[in-house]
Design a protein around this ligand. Structure first.
Ligand SMILES: Cc1ncc(COP(=O)(O)OP(=O)(O)O)c(N)n1
Ligand SMILES: Cc1nc(C(=O)O)sc1CCOP(=O)(O)O
Ligand SMILES: [Mg+2]
Length: 211
């Protein structure tokens, strides 16, 4: 597998919560999370800019890896650690500008074809979804399951990879057994009866990632 064209991320990004507010970013960084994504959907840039600035400041303060979902221009403008984009986002985003600004890039994939397309861009990491059924996002494809995830991880070799979609605390050991270095999740934390306990248990299992 060829090297990333973007700034590197550690092979193991560890526990990777994907959240929709600065409040979540702050409480999870305070709880020990070191890889995190701000995912605010479908707002105009002027409505998200202040949150993006605040999230980036928090990421810097905690020495954490903060990825901005979708809003790649604001991520460049305010010097985020990285950007996460999906396949449709790739059609409109300026990947060269993200790379030239030194930001890391994560790309979503859901099957072999998307993986080939994403790898051609040589991002910092590849996200593999959705592993299990998820209620958080409407997915046009079927869940890829653990067998397919294992095959993809094998193909990727040393390339940093992130598993996402329907990953609960109970499912984490089986996901880690595929060899993936990072577990991204939304509801396992944000919908948990006690998010502090859930986060501590998830950090214990997955870790906070390599330095
Ligand atoms: C770590 C991670 N993986 C996948 C996604 C999904 O990104 P995308 O396909 O662009 O969909 P939206 O999140 O924009 O709805 C992600 N955000 N993070
Ligand atoms: C934002 C997102 N992207 C996915 C993908 O497969 O690309 S799955 C997903 C939602 C993940 O939420 P939960 O952990 O609650 O299932
Ligand atoms: Mg997107």
């Amino acid at each position: 597998m060829s090297e990333s064209a973007f700034s590197d991320v550690p092979k193991r990004l560890g526990l990777y919560p994907v959240v929709d507010s600065v409040e979540w970013i702050e409480r999870l960084l305070e709880a020990g999370v070191r890889t995190i994504q701000l995912r605010i959907k479908d707002k105009v840039e002027s409505d998200v800019e202040a949150d993006i600035i605040a999230a980036i400041k928090l990421g810097d303060r905690y020495n954490a890896r903060l990825f901005i979902n979708d809003y790649w221009q604001l991520a460049i403008k305010h010097r985020a650690y990285g950007v996460h984009l999906g396949q449709e986002d790739m059609d409109v985003a300026n990947l060269d500008a993200i790379r030239d600004a030194g930001l890391r890039l994560g790309l979503s994939t859901h099957d072999n074809m998307e993986m080939d397309r994403a790898l051609a861009a040589r991002p910092s990491y590849i996200a593999l979804g959705h592993v299990f059924p998820t209620n958080t996002k409407q997915m046009p494809s079927a869940p890829q399951g653990l067998e397919q995830l294992t095959a993809h991880i094998k193909t990727l070799g040393d390339y940093p990879a992130v598993a996402i979609g329907g990953i609960s605390l109970e499912r984490v050991p089986a996901v880690l057994a595929t060899g993936v270095g990072s577990v991204a999740l939304v509801s396992a934390i944000t919908q948990a009866a006690n998010w502090q306990t859930a986060t501590a248990q998830l950090l214990e299992l997955v870790g906070a990632g390599d330095e």
